[in-house]
Ligand binder design. Structure first.
Ligand SMILES: *[C@@H]1O[C@H](CO)[C@@H](O)[C@H](O)[C@H]1NC(C)=O
Ligand SMILES: *[C@@H]1O[C@H](CO)[C@@H](O)[C@H](O)[C@H]1NC(C)=O
Ligand SMILES: *[C@@H]1O[C@H](CO)[C@@H](O)[C@H](O)[C@H]1NC(C)=O
Length: 606
């Protein structure tokens, strides 16, 4: 006997799905999902080779998966793609179907932590139990041209999921990326049995309508302060996609190392990386971008300039001024090693032209954006610059304007849209093109000032969304001044736990008429104290809290701040799902809290 009533989501505890969908209703009937589930795909408009209108069986045969298939090769799709071709919507869906099957059947988890000790887990009964037999995907519209590498707002990511009790499930969306998001939510309706024999949903019938609040939902990973192998970066991208993030920002270079191979400037990475082998080759870079794109995640590469560039010195010493000033590096840069690109140098211009002509055509197939950095430029350093010899802002500002105009000219000429850090607009008062997106980080006021100037903004206030904070200092203090710095807090302590992250509203203090200029935001993983050993724990599940604020918004349907009491069981569940995918995410709460329901709350609920 199955009870068939719909319960509002706030009542039940483990209701799955992170980030929270716009509308989501479910019952509590059990459906088992068949390993030979048939997958049908109705394309929109024009019929292409992977669309089987009216003849689903022929397609079903091709999309009939089993345990015999080699699912480990799923990730190799990233390698197999033809060099430098943009994946199509069909590529995305084809990949997502295989990924969905693998997620449900190979990367699921037994949810004992989400139920009390006396819970009786569902048991499969050959006679009585109902099953999910088929899943039909319906693409309602033709994909826009840039579906795999859109500008913010170009792709409609909304979707519906319908999982009726008869076991014939359906996902609809207006774009292939919407289908991906729907498949993602679909996988989160299922759990594994302890005996390993069955996968079921306890939520039938379920209906979801969902759409993101913000268009740009990303993670920024710094791979210069520490190097991360390709497999680590891929795991971050995969996890980001699983919480419906749609941007992956690679802070590819900085003062400490230059790990990005640029064939036309061969010494740059060879000498600028920490070790010649700790680099991202042309092949690695392509593979990472394609890996992200296939998951509906647009890859955004940043080459920070003109500051944060001292690693260029190792190959091109003449381009950098104030290199590695010691011990007073703090007069010349925000972090050691100091050093910045000369501001009025034709040699620098030639270098950058070569760099961009090499790199940008390799970015273009996978992205509509390129990030030119621009944070924390030290004016003092230009006193030592023989092409300027001044730290006077009145002299530097026009040179910086020319510098940025020139590099943004390169970016645009390759069909890409520039992104810059907020200092270029708010500190240097540069005139930026209307197309330029400004990434803010220093305060909520910076967001307000950016949109007041009519620019599109990304949020990510460091007091909330910097994941590096709270580990303490990495600087060593001399004995004479050490006691002044005790207990050695870092610049942005304390540690930003997920609740703090979750309390951040991207729209705080922004007048409603400017809300459309807030494209979204990013969680930032600066890696001074993060390397492959602790990467997963530093990023997950906290970045998932960012993902929900950006997908679902900071306010609930009543306009109130989102409740931690509602969120924490779902985040705990998402943490289990991430662990099941091979991501070393930290626990959210002890099992006592998640098993017993609302026993770890403090204070009255509204
Ligand atoms: C698709 O677009 C239509 C408007 O054209 C909209 O009403 C609908 O909510 C969108 N999303 C889905 C999943 O149908
Ligand atoms: C920039 O360089 C040009 C050409 O070398 C020079 O004429 C000009 O004076 C420089 N500008 C400044 C502000 O130093
Ligand atoms: C809601 O959250 C904001 C921070 O985003 C906080 O300033 C405000 O006090 C909260 N409102 C309530 C009613 O708790």
């Amino acid at each position: 006997m199955n009870l068939l009533y719909l319960i509002p989501i706030f009542v039940s505890l483990a209701t799955a799905i992170w980030p929270l969908p716009t509308e989501y209703e479910h019952g509590d009937a059990i459906l088992w999902i068949r390993r030979d589930i048939r997958l049908y795909w109705d394309g929109a408009g024009h019929v292409d080779s992977l669309t089987y209108h009216g003849d689903p069986d022929s397609y079903a045969k091709r999309q009939h998966y089993s345990d015999d298939d080699d699912y480990e090769d799923v990730d190799d799709d990233a390698k197999r793609g033809a060099p430098n071709t943009t994946p199509t919507g069909n590529d995305l869906i084809n990949f997502a179907l295989r990924q969905t099957w693998r997620t449900i059947f190979r990367q699921n988890f037994f949810p004992w932590k989400l139920h009390p000790r006396d819970w009786e887990e569902p048991e499969f009964d050959r006679e009585e139990s109902s099953s999910v037999h088929s899943l039909t995907l319906s693409l309602l519209k033709n994909d826009p041209e840039g579906v795999a590498k859109p500008l913010a707002g170009e792709v409609d990511e909304s979707y519906t999921v319908d999982l009726p009790k008869d076991g014939h499930a359906k996902i609809t969306a207006n774009s292939s990326v919407g289908i991906l998001r729907g498949l993602n939510s679909f996988t989160q309706l299922f759990f594994a049995n302890s005996d390993g024999k069955g996968i079921y949903t306890p939520f039938a019938p379920a209906t979801i309508f969902d759409a993101p609040k913000f268009q740009h939902r990303g993670i920024n990973l710094d791979v210069s302060r520490n190097y991360f192998p390709v497999s680590d970066v891929k795991r971050m991208i995969d996890a980001a996609a699983y919480v419906k993030m749609n941007r992956f920002h690679l802070h590819a270079t900085d003062g400490q190392s230059w790990p990005l191979e640029i064939p036309s400037l061969p010494n740059l990475a060879k000498k600028g990386a920490y070790r010649p082998e700790l680099i991202y080759t042309v092949q690695d870079f392509r593979e990472l971008q394609r890996y992200a794109t296939l998951r509906g995640v647009e890859f955004i590469t940043e080459v920070d300039m003109p500051g944060h560039t001292s690693s260029i010195h190792h190959a091109y010493p003449d381009l950098i001024v104030a290199f590695n000033k010691q011990p007073d590096w703090n007069n010349w840069a925000a972090e050691p090693p100091s050093g910045t690109l000369k501001l009025n140098s034709s040699a620098v211009n030639d270098f950058l032209k070569t760099l961009f002509e090499d790199l940008l055509p390799r970015v273009h197939p996978y992205s509509s954006y390129f990030h030119t950095g621009g944070d924390e430029v030290n004016k003092n350093a230009y006193k030592l610059d023989d092409t300027v010899r001044s730290s006077d802002p009145a002299i530097l500002q026009p040179l910086m304007q020319e510098f940025i105009d020139r590099i943004h000219g390169h970016v645009r000429s390759q069909g890409l849209t520039p992104i810059v850090w907020e200092e270029m607009l708010l500190e240097w008062n540069l005139k930026l093109g209307d197309d330029v997106i400004v990434q803010t980080w220093r305060s909520n006021e910076a967001v307000a000032q950016t949109v007041a100037k009519g620019h599109k903004a990304l949020v990510g206030n460091y007091k909330y969304w910097y994941l590096d904070c709270g580990k303490g200092q990495w600087l060593d203090f001399a004995p004479l001044i050490s006691s002044q710095h005790w207990p050695y807090n870092d610049y942005c302590y304390p540690f930003h736990n997920w609740r703090l992250i979750y309390s951040y509203d991207p729209l705080a203090g922004i007048p409603p008429e400017s809300h459309h200029l807030i494209l979204g935001g990013e969680a930032h993983m600066w890696s001074e104290q993060t390397d492959p050993v602790n990467l997963d724990r530093m990023v997950w599940p906290r970045a998932a809290a960012v993902a929900e604020i950006l997908w679902s918004g900071a306010k609930d349907t009543e306009g109130r701040n989102r409740s931690q009491i509602e969120a924490s069981p779902r985040l705990s569940e998402m943490r289990e799902r991430l662990v099941a995918r091979g991501v070393g995410a930290e626990p959210v709460q002890m099992p006592y809290c998640t098993m017993e329901g609302e026993v770890c709350q403090l204070g009255l609920v509204y």
